[in-house]
Ligand binder design. Structure first.
Ligand code: IPE
Ligand code: IPE
Ligand code: MG
Length: 246
């Protein structure tokens, strides 16, 4: 059965852990980078689908703080793919009103990647149809630590009063400041873990894990995840009856 948009509740923010590229390539007796390349086509299709469904924020986990520990050739291959992707997508992003945002500290990225990333962020700054967060050199613990350091400094300097700190204060110091929290976190590739992804922001997200490896995750599989999300009851601590009667 092909799932239609009318059968789905559309979340405001969907976050994706794009996993399984390496195993997808290994199954085909090809180098891991072949899987990463195929994964770029899934990125294009999922971004286009999210935009046409009216999803406000789409977050893609593209490179974690832990991924620097991979072999050098794989890291530089991934950085090259990222640069090409950003270069080739700028026109499409502008046409479709997609604003690019980076979650993570770009300092550690190679200079050529950083340059094209900053340019794309600048040029898409006034786009309003959808925000595309690319999590690059992203780790949730490091994000929280940086936020706490900034808050502590402001408290010491006197511009913040620690008595008045709220959950919103912390949210406002994260890379996702001003954005709604993810409603749905999807992980492809068969692993059931979060791998240091949006630990604060996803505290009430619905989780969807699929065996499908990222290069095979296309519009149809995305719609299936949205359909599954639509069937769930988000209770936020209340009883089911309370949620039904509002
Ligand atoms: C996800 O695919 C892409 C990145 C982490 C950059 P993997 O490369 O982790 O693929 P597997 O998990 O080894 O199959
Ligand atoms: C998570 O995938 C990071 C990204 C998708 C960018 P990994 O493949 O790096 O995760 P682990 O190490 O298996 O948990
Ligand atoms: Mg993996």
């Amino acid at each position: 059965m092909e799932i239609q948009e009318k059968d789905c509740t559309i979340p405001r923010h969907v976050a994706l852990i794009m996993d399984g590229n390496g195993r997808w390539a290994e199954e085909r007796h090809r180098p891991r980078l072949f899987g990463h390349k195929a994964g770029v086509d899934s990125v294009r299709e999922v971004v286009e689908t999210a935009r046409s469904l009216g999803i406000e924020v789409l977050t893609l986990y593209a490179f974690s703080t832990e991924n620097w520990n991979r072999p050098e050739g794989e890291v530089s291959g991934l950085m090259g793919l990222l640069k090409n992707y950003l270069r080739s997508e700028l026109r499409t992003m502008l046409r479709n009103g997609i604003r690019l945002n980076c979650l993570g500290l770009p300092q550690r990225l190679p200079e050529d990647v950083r340059t094209v990333l900053q340019q794309t962020i600048e040029e898409t700054r006034s786009c309003t149809a959808m925000t595309l967060n690319l999590a690059l050199n992203y780790g949730s613990r490091s994000e929280l630590l940086v936020a706490i350091q900034a808050i502590a400094r402001q408290c010491l300097e006197g511009s913040l009063d620690w008595h008045s700190l709220t959950e919103e204060t912390l949210s406002a110091h994260l890379f996702t400041a001003g954005q709604p929290d993810p409603d749905l976190v999807i992980r492809t590739g068969g692993e059931n873990r979060l791998s240091n992804f949006l630990l604060w922001q996803a505290s009430y997200a619905e989780l969807y894990f699929t065996e499908i490896k990222w290069p095979d995750f296309r519009k149809e599989q995305f719609m299936e995840a949205l359909y599954s999300y639509s069937k769930r009851q988000r209770r936020f601590g209340k009883t089911g009856a309370q949620v039904v009667t509002g």
